[in-house]
Design a protein around this ligand. Structure first.
Ligand SMILES: [Zn+2]
Ligand SMILES: [Zn+2]
Length: 325
């Protein structure tokens, strides 16, 4: 399913089977998750979007062929995340911040991704997936889970944790946060009772509308919805020295707000991409909690319909595309 033109529906196409380069693997895709970032790609909201491109960066599949120098034996089940390549030599890479590498390349944005039956990936940026989590339920771990986990880490040891936007990332992060003994406060679009109920089922101690103040000041807030207006609301909801972390790759403009909201050593920061270390940590942690993802499955050729559902907020949990049949 290829993006040929910004804003246009994806097109079902037949491409020749690609050959892996020396450090690459050819993966037969079983399942690919759909992430909000796929909408940002399709809408041209990320800089310098190359076209055509096959979106999809929550890839679960098995190695079908490999280049001469590539790790992973044929038949290994692997996952491919958003970070598709980093240079390994720049200042950021050497400092353990490959997520900020200027030469990084991203799956489904600059490298053809997993809305396809086969995909080529740099073997060094693929991961073995935990046993005991099937393909469908593993797919959302690869972005919603990984970047959600990195976002949660930026909240430090916050006990009272607010989550704004209760979609795919939040439904995973809430389970991790709860297992770590934190209290989760879920904020949704006004009147989205289905999402609020879902949050409470996942163990949130409170759920309400984003405009509502929480019953007690928060130690930290994570924002997963791409809505800049949530930033001042979240700053208002956190206590002194509280942290507000923006977990998305794109956000609408943040409205001006009084300095008093930031005063008191409150911190506002973003999270960009992921490192392989985040992936290793989270994929080790997820089965031990255990994180259970809730998925809605669509066949590959229905990608446009599934994307539309995500756009309208008419999904509970995470959408995935399946290539089985
Ligand atoms: Zn993503
Ligand atoms: Zn680098």
């Amino acid at each position: 399913m290829t993006l040929r033109r910004i804003g246009a529906p994806l097109v079902l196409e037949r491409h020749p089977l690609p050959e892996p380069g020396a450090a690459e693997v050819l993966i037969r895709v079983h399942v690919c998750g759909i992430c909000r970032t796929d909408l940002h790609v399709i809408d041209g909201e990320l800089p310098d979007q190359p076209l055509p491109i096959v979106p999809g960066h929550e890839i679960v599949g098995e190695v079908a062929a490999r280049g001469a120098g590539a790790r992973w034996a044929v038949g290994t089940r692997v996952g491919v995340p958003w970070l598709g390549h980093a240079c390994g030599t720049c200042e950021d890479c050497r400092a353990g911040r490959e997520n900020l590498c200027e030469r990084a390349r991203f799956t489904g944005y600059q490298i053809d991704g997993g809305f396809a039956q086969y995909v080529i990936a740099d073997a060094r940026f693929c991961f073995r997936l935990p046993e005991g989590i099937d393909d469908r339920h593993a797919a959302p771990l690869l972005c919603a889970g990984l970047i959600g986990y990195r976002t949660l880490k930026m909240a430090g040891d916050a006990r009272r944790l607010g989550i704004y936007g209760f979609g795919a990332a939040a439904h995973i992060v809430a389970q991790v946060a709860r297992a770590q003994g934190r209290e989760v406060y879920a904020f949704t679009r006004r009147g989205d009772l289905a999402a609020q109920r879902f949050a409470l089922e996942l163990g949130a101690v409170w759920a309400g509308d984003s405009e509502q103040p929480p019953p007690a000041p928060l130690d930290a807030a994570l924002i997963f919805a791409p809505v800049g207006a949530l930033v001042p609301l979240a700053l208002r909801a956190v206590r002194k020295a509280g942290v507000v972390v923006c977990g998305g790759i794109h956000m609408s403009d943040i409205p001006a707000f009084p300095y008093a909201l930031l005063w008191g050593e409150r911190v506002l920061r973003s999270v960009a991409n992921l490192t392989r270390r985040d992936a290793e940590e989270f994929l080790d942690l997820a089965p031990r909690i255990p994180v259970r993802t809730q998925v809605e499955a669509w066949p590959l050729e229905a990608a446009n319909e599934a994307l539309q559902r995500l756009r309208e907020g008419r999904l509970t949990g995470a959408a995935i595309l399946t290539m089985e049949d």
